[in-house]
Design a protein around this ligand. Structure first.
Ligand SMILES: Nc1ncnc2c1ncn2[C@@H]1O[C@H](COP(=O)(O)OP(=O)(O)OP(=O)(O)O)[C@@H](O)[C@H]1O
Ligand code: SF4
Ligand SMILES: [Mg+2]
Length: 330
């Protein structure tokens, strides 16, 4: 894997949703707020954070399944979105390069289409096969790549287990030979016994095809071993980003420390001895996020400065970024 070349550059990306709050009123949900980071070619970047912190919204906005509210997205040197320069390119050619695997495989597959039709549709949209034989062969090849067989092409999604449905979702994403895939919690709806099979398959496919992944998970323990780097989100913002080992062994942000303190250690004695940091209260609403540092309402170290001034994501040691005023002291 080469970490030198940047595949995706995200700058000050925002995604707000407008939702009804009564008959005439509307509320603005600040789901993603000024997020900036890069994704390197061939890497797996794990994205973690509590439910509702904006992981799915960020993943979908990066590939413009959701239209951004503002910011800049550059894919392999080409700006595909830039609110300041009024750039919003036609995404059809980029859909071949950027794909997504959804969290809930059963909901993401059309129940009226056979598996062959689902995979074939992706091939048709991008005109990737010149005849019906080539199309059939390609569908069979894709089924084989994800551990399914040719007979499965004529079946409907409900005739499959959750793990098999997710394999179909992966085959559909692979059909267009993408370079970048947003894996949005691809294993969290699956039985624990098959989660590692699907993760192993995604890792093998990555090595074989030199894919780049943004791998979203609730739980840092799911991504720590498969990610080259980890990004931690809190209430729509990136609060820490760095090499996976660095973030997990020397977490800088109090929120990351909390997430890691909840991960059980392999040694039960050490696990019991370690102090678990409990967060008070629920994640605040992105409709009316806290002033200053968005984490201040739950942070054990919050000061007046935290309530007033928003900390910026800064590089504190090489490649390790965090957004916390505490880190400015030394
Ligand atoms: N289409 C939408 N319309 C309005 N609000 C939305 C929409 N999608 C997401 N949100 C809101 O944006 C915020 C971020 O949601 P998002 O689904 O991105 O979080 P998440 O981190 O993926 O959560 P989870 O771990 O539960 O999947 C939430 O407050 C959510 O309610
Ligand atoms: S800036 Fe303040 S409130 Fe925010 S994480 Fe750091 S210490 Fe906690
Ligand atoms: Mg999500």
């Amino acid at each position: 894997m080469s970490q030198e070349k940047v595949l995706l550059e995200i700058e000050n990306l925002r995604k707000y949703f407008s939702v009804k709050a009564g008959v005439f009123k509307k509320k603005r949900v600040q789901a993603v707020e000024s997020v900036s980071f890069s994704i390197f070619k061939g890497e797996t970047l794990g994205l973690v954070g509590e439910s509702g912190c904006g992981k799915t919204t960020l993943g979908r906005t990066i590939i413009r399944l959701y239209e951004p509210t503002s910011g800049r997205i550059v894919y392999d040197g080409t700006p595909i979105y830039d609110s300041e320069k009024n750039i919003a390119v036609d995404m059809l050619p980029f859909r071949r390069k950027m794909q997504i695997i959804f969290q809930d495989p059963s909901a993401s597959l059309d129940p009226r289409m056979t598996v062959g039709e689902i995979i074939g549709e992706a091939l048709d949209i991008h005109k990737l096969c010149s005849g019906s034989q080539e199309r059939r062969d390609r569908i069979n090849e894709l089924l084989d790549e994800v551990g399914l067989n040719t007979e499965h092409a004529n079946r409907f999604p409900h005739e499959f287990s959750g793990g098999q449905q997710q394999r179909v979702g992966i085959a559909r994403a692979l059909a267009v030979e993408p370079e970048f895939i947003v894996c949005d919690e691809p294993i969290s709806a699956l039985d624990v016994s098959i989660q590692s099979q699907v993760v192993n398959m995604l890792e093998d496919l990555q090595a074989e095809k030199n894919l780049t992944y943004l791998f979203i998970a609730h739980d840092i323990s799911v991504v720590r071993h498969i990610s080259n780097r980890i990004g931690v989100m809190y209430l729509g913002q990136m609060v820490e980003l760095g090499e996976s080992y660095e973030v997990c062994s020397r977490p800088m942000h109090p929120y990351t420390q909390t997430l890691l303190s909840a991960v059980p250690l392999p040694d039960p004695v050490k696990s019991r001895a370690r102090q678990r940091i409990l967060l008070e209260g629920d994640i605040p609403s992105p409709v009316d996020p806290p002033s200053g540092c968005r984490f201040h309402t739950r942070c054990p170290y919050a000061t007046d400065r935290c309530r007033q001034e928003q900390p910026r994501l800064k590089e504190h040691i090489s490649g390790h970024y965090a957004a916390c005023h505490l880190l400015d002291k030394g």
